[in-house]
Design a protein around this ligand. Structure first.
Ligand code: IPM
Ligand code: MN
Length: 354
């Protein structure tokens, strides 16, 4: 069978624990579906930074770019000032590898508690396509009269026609291939951000002409937040900019049952992509074996789907769904009724039997 080189970044806190279970399940899928996964571990993150003073050097970036995919645990360390590792590692990887899409499925699995009253798995099943290299994350701006009473901090949103168009085009293709309701919603703020979302809206309408089979729709980001709570069944795929995508996907994670299940992919269709559970490093739970590895396992499923191993990806998702329904008491940390490693072993066993 085929062979894939996977760069693994376990990262900080509980990252290594959930990555170990993700790898356990990936190996079960590789054995079952007849392909090979070769892993290379990269010790990057807060511990590495504290020990060496280094976050991510160019040589490491070059090696990561040669992998078939990157599997990431979590980045974030209580001893490191917020922003340092996020900008120096996570965002740097997204930018330098040009992972211009952040793909975040929001799906309520059967047996998972949602805080949305009366909503079922049929109602909560959509994907957010978040632009991942521009917008407010570009780092444009600065201070005027820094530290004075007249100080002004300026943070500009960068939106290029090329960057916006490739994201929107990806979203249309994804909507077509997802084959659900074939509806794509642009999430913006055209009533206030009249430059940025004017460009987004014009681009959206231009690209839409090439996809007559896709129903299109527009909503302001604040209204989207309302409807994600009140009528999540309205959505199939939502495309939006980097900042709005960051915010609405945390809301999405909550309505699908929390960080224990939410996974995402940082995608460069022409380069190396990176898959991660979207919960943080949860440092206070490190080593306790109480964190749910399902999100990391689902990130593994997204990775195999991206690599073209669709049957294996589906098998992992199905196996995780079975474990959630049959074995886990809850998907929340500490409440699973099983350890992190037991959940991984159970899902791996279901994959092997699939
Ligand atoms: C995410 C995270 C990151 C982001 C942080 C850690 C920089 O919140 O992946 O959504 O804002 O993109
Ligand atoms: Mn976020």
């Amino acid at each position: 069978g085929k062979s894939y080189n996977i760069a693994v970044i376990p990262g900080d806190g509980t990252g290594p624990e959930v990555v170990a279970e993700g790898v356990k399940v990936l190996n079960a899928a590789a054995a079952r579906f007849g392909f090979n996964l070769d892993y290379t571990d990269y010790s990057l993150g807060g511990e590495h930074y504290k020990a060496t003073g280094e976050i991510l050097n160019d040589d490491t970036i070059d090696r990561l770019k040669k992998a078939d995919a990157i599997f990431l645990g979590a980045i974030g360390h209580p001893d490191v000032k917020p922003g340092i590792l996020e900008k120096g590692l996570l965002l740097k990887l997204r930018f330098t590898c040009d992972q211009y899409i952040n793909l975040r499925p929001v799906r309520l699995y059967e047996g998972v508690y949602t805080p949305l009253k009366d909503k079922t798995p049929a109602d909560i099943d959509f994907t957010v396509v978040r632009e991942n290299t521009e917008g407010l994350y570009a780092g444009a701006g600065g201070f005027l009269k820094y530290g004075t009473p007249d100080e002004v901090a300026i943070q500009e949103s960068i939106n290029t026609r090329k960057g916006v168009e490739r994201c929107i085009r990806f979203a249309f293709e994804y909507t077509r291939n997802r084959n659900k309701r074939k509806k794509l919603t642009l999430c913006g703020k055209t009533n206030v951000l009249t430059f940025a979302f004017d460009l987004w809206e014009r681009t959206f309408h231009d690209v839409a002409k090439e996809y007559p089979d896709i129903e299109t729709d527009y909503a302001h980001v604040d209204a989207i937040c309302m409807w994600m709570v009140k009528n999540p069944e309205w959505f199939d795929v939502i495309v939006t900019d980097n900042m709005f995508g960051d915010i609405i996907t945390d809301l999405g994670a909550m309505i699908q049952g929390g960080m224990g299940v939410a996974a995402g992919g940082n995608i460069n269709p022409e380069g190396v992509s990176m898959f991660e559970p979207i919960g943080g490093s949860a440092p206070k739970y490190t080593g306790l074996g109480v964190i749910n590895p399902i999100a990391a396992i689902m990130a593994g499923s997204l990775m195999l789907e991206h690599l073209g191993e669709s049957a294996a990806a589906d098998a992992i998702e199905q196996a995780a769904m079975t474990a959630i329904k049959k074995d886990l008491k809850s998907v929340e940390a500490r409440k699973m009724g099983m350890s992190t490693a037991e959940v991984g072993a159970r899902v791996a066993a279901y994959v092997a039997q699939s």
